[in-house]
Design a protein around this ligand. Structure first.
Ligand SMILES: C[S@@+](CC[C@H](N)C(=O)[O-])C[C@H]1O[C@@H](n2cnc3c(N)ncnc32)[C@H](O)[C@@H]1O
Length: 370
């Protein structure tokens, strides 16, 4: 296995996220959503309401009205898009390499929790900058971002000049699917809907195993340590076939998923382990520090620990001593980049935007499917 590399953002040269490139994204957002900016009182009230819901970690409430969605895009996706341009372009060289690969005619990207468009905008701008073609981006989100997403998609196409190329397909295809990503594993599970799942391997104390009783819709496949051999995987008839994607992003969404359901989130991550094809890149960002701590039983774990544990640590196998030569595809991921505290600081003196922009601090994990 290749040695782990640690991203060192402070030392990374800014190649793609220059101030000029950042300003271009802000201008694009401002032009696309000019109607929202023309009614500052309504916009400000919606921003305050979303802020209160986010502070209370009531994420579903924060995204449950059209005004809130619009407010989120102009107030938060703006800063996010700038940070993500830096992450995609400057911190994760694997991503520009993938997007610009001539060997792959289609580059398929799945943005989990991407309805608000910050990562979509950054990816589209990066792909445009690279002269990439054949990039398909699908944003999947539980909230109804359809309207806002369509406006953003049209704004991107218009302002990046893609509409001029009338007879040719745009270089980047942007689509939205309203869907609960935690339904993915459940859709393909048959049988027992009341299995007991166990996360005891996370616990150092065998007297207090970390367990969760899963009943529908929280049903999980049994943990790998105690499970009988799994039945053959059904054909990928699920609505969202994760095996076709080359890049999957889960940006500032993992915490929400864990808050919604810990067992189902672990199940979703295992589903990625089981289904993603070798070489798939998985990028996960989340708030750095204690905001991203998850309680399981009486213990608290950083989210990135749960991610590494589920995606990277070798799954226990009863016959591990004899299975090392197995040619079966691996269900594991290799960690390419990890950093538990990345700062993205904006140059506010140079950037022009009518709303406050935020510096961001986050952890980063970039995995590659083995
Ligand atoms: C904090 S926002 C982050 C948005 C965007 N990724 C960003 O970084 O700016 C989290 C997003 O995840 C979505 N989300 C939450 N639970 C989800 C689920 N179960 N399935 C799909 N999307 C979900 C929310 O609707 C929201 O759009």
């Amino acid at each position: 296995m290749a040695p782990k590399r640690k991203a060192k953002p402070a030392q990374e040269p800014i190649k793609y996220a220059s101030v000029t490139a950042q300003q271009a994204l802000l201008t694009l957002l401002q032009r696309t959503f000019s109607a929202a900016f023309s009614d500052p009182a309504t916009l400000s009230a919606a921003i305050q309401a979303v802020k209160a819901h986010l502070y209370a970690r009531d994420y579903l409430a924060a995204f449950d009205s059209p005004d809130y969605l619009l407010a989120y895009v102009v107030r938060w996706s703006s800063s996010r898009a700038l940070a993500y341009l830096h992450v995609f372009g400057d911190l994760c060289p694997q991503i520009p390499l993938l997007l610009s690969s001539a060997a792959k005619p289609k580059k398929r990207v799945l943005c989990v929790g991407g309805g608000a468009g910050g990562e979509v905008l950054a990816l589209a701008a990066l792909a445009n900058d690279l002269g990439a073609r054949g990039v398909d981006i699908l944003a999947v989100d539980i909230a109804d971002w359809e309207d806002v997403f369509t406006r953003l998609r049209d704004g991107i196409a218009r302002q990046l000049g893609w509409l001029a190329e009338e007879d040719s397909k745009p270089p980047v295809d942007l689509n939205f699917l309203q869907f609960d990503i935690l339904d993915v594993p459940c859709q393909i599970l048959d049988g027992d809907q009341s299995q007991k799942i166990s996360l005891e391997s996370l616990s150092s104390s065998s007297s207090s195993p970390i367990t969760a009783t899963a009943t529908a819709p929280d049903a999980l496949p049994p943990s790998s340590s105690s499970a009988p051999p799994a039945p053959p995987a059904p054909p990928p008839t699920d609505k969202l076939d994760v095996s076709k994607f080359d890049l999957i992003t889960v940006l500032f969404t993992a915490n929400e998923l864990f808050v919604e359901s810990k067992p189902r989130t672990i199940s979703f991550l295992r589903h990625l382990c089981d289904r993603c094809k070798p070489g798939t890149i998985l990028l996960i960002l989340e708030s750095a520090g204690s905001y991203s701590h998850i309680s399981i039983g009486s213990k608290t774990f950083p989210v990135q620990f749960l991610l590494d544990h589920t995606l990277v640590d070798p799954s226990p196998s009863p016959s591990s001593s004899s299975s090392s030569s197995s040619s079966a595809p691996s269900d594991r991921w290799e960690k390419l980049i990890e950093d538990d505290s990345v700062w993205f600081r904006l140059d506010e003196k140079q950037l022009r935007y009518p709303l406050q922009l935020e510096n961001m601090r986050f952890f980063i994990r970039l995995y590659k499917k083995l």
